[in-house]
Design a protein around this ligand. Structure first.
Ligand SMILES: [Zn+2]
Length: 155
């Protein structure tokens, strides 16, 4: 059996708005994420974790933010591309750890739905996904960041 680990990280600025997306889940907020794509920071970090687990190029090389075709793009498509490559290399996902660092709002009401969306794309059980939300200690209210770690295995 072969096992590998992947790590992804992303950061976006926030500005006045009415909602943003975390793994496809609409988070009602007085802020929105500034981005070229749909700004789904969980999917961006997850894609980079998957790409890194198999030694692939990072998200910016696969989907350039200078490219018109990725403007407003649905970021679940990026995760699907990364997962397809992992699967094509003969691996399946063991578990995924997600850490979202954000001042507000509190993410507790959204965590189960975020897990469900990630589990569906990666064809794993919700029990294989963990989500922790950390505050920014009342600093940097205009920034959101996310870290994702994945373990993959080939039998
Ligand atoms: Zn991003």
């Amino acid at each position: 059996m072969s096992i590998r680990i992947g790590l992804g990280y992303d950061l976006h600025r926030l500005e006045e708005g009415d909602y943003f997306l975390l793994a496809g889940v609409k988070i009602v907020s007085s802020l929105k994420i500034i981005a070229h794509s749909d700004g789904d920071i969980v999917y961006h970090s997850l894609a980079d974790a998957l790409y890194s687990s198999i030694g692939e190029k990072d998200i910016g090389e696969h989907f350039s933010d200078k490219d018109e075709s990725t403007l407003g793009m649905d970021s679940s498509l990026i995760v699907k591309d990364a997962y397809f490559r992992v699967k094509s290399d003969g691996y399946s996902i063991s578990n995924v750890n997600i850490i979202i660092i954000l001042e507000e709002p509190k993410l507790t009401p959204y965590k189960e739905k975020i897990k469900e969306n990630v589990a569906n794309i990666l064809q794993v059980s919700k029990k294989d996904i963990s989500i922790s939300a950390k505050s920014r200690e009342k600093r940097e209210k205009d920034v959101i960041s996310c870290l994702v770690q994945v373990l993959i295995e080939r039998r």
